[in-house]
Write a protein that binds this ligand. Structure first.
Ligand SMILES: [Ca+2]
Length: 153
C-alpha cells in the first residue's frame, strides 16, 4: 500500500452522480434561464466560483446535443463538486428537448481530478438514471399561468 503506483490507483477520479434540470424562464420548453445542475461524487480540483464560457461548457462536458442547447450557455461552479449550467440565450435550441435526452461526457483533456490532484483525469459519462427534473414549468406553476392567460383574454 505504500507503493506509489498503488497510491495513485487508490484515488478515484470524479464521476457524475446526479443531473437535475430546472425551468428558469416560466415556459414549457427549453428556453432562456433554464438550468442543469450537475453533481460529482467528490470534491474536484475546480474551485467554487469558477465560471465557464459557452465554448468551455461544450468542450469540457460534451453535452450530446451540442448546439441544440442554444446559442449561449454559461456555467458556474457553486462548489468544487457542483456545476450549474444556465442557458443564457436559447436561440437555435431544440425547444422540445427533454432533460433526459441530454447526456454528458467529461473531457479527459480538461484534467478534472480530485481536489488534491491525485486521481486520474475524469472521463465520466452520465447515464439516464442520473437525470431528473425538466426544462418546463411544473404543473402547479402551469395552472397559475394558464389561469392568468384565460383571465387576460
Ligand atoms: Ca423552460
Amino acid at each position: 500500500m505504500h507503493d506509489s503506483e498503488q497510491s495513485l490507483c487508490h484515488y478515484a477520479a470524479p464521476a457524475f452522480t446526479q443531473i437535475q434540470c430546472a425551468d428558469g424562464g416560466s415556459d414549457v420548453v427549453l428556453g432562456n434561464q433554464d438550468t442543469v445542475t450537475i453533481d460529482f461524487d467528490r470534491a474536484t480540483n475546480i474551485p467554487a466560483g469558477t465560471v465557464w464560457s459557452h465554448t468551455e461548457v461544450l468542450r469540457n462536458l460534451n453535452p450530446s446535443v451540442g448546439a441544440g442547447f442554444g446559442a449561449a450557455l454559461t456555467a458556474t461552479w457553486s462548489s468544487s463538486s457542483r456545476v450549474v449550467i444556465t442557458v443564457a440565450n436559447a436561440a437555435g435550441a431544440i425547444p422540445t428537448l427533454s432533460c433526459a435526452q441530454v447526456s454528458y461526457r467529461v473531457s479527459t483533456a480538461m484534467g478534472l481530478r480530485d481536489v488534491f490532484n491525485r486521481s486520474a483525469a475524469s472521463s465520466s459519462v452520465s447515464s439516464p438514471s442520473m437525470v431528473s427534473g425538466s426544462f418546463a414549468i411544473t404543473e402547479a406553476q402551469g395552472e397559475v399561468l394558464y389561469s392568468i392567460d384565460v383571465l387576460s383574454t
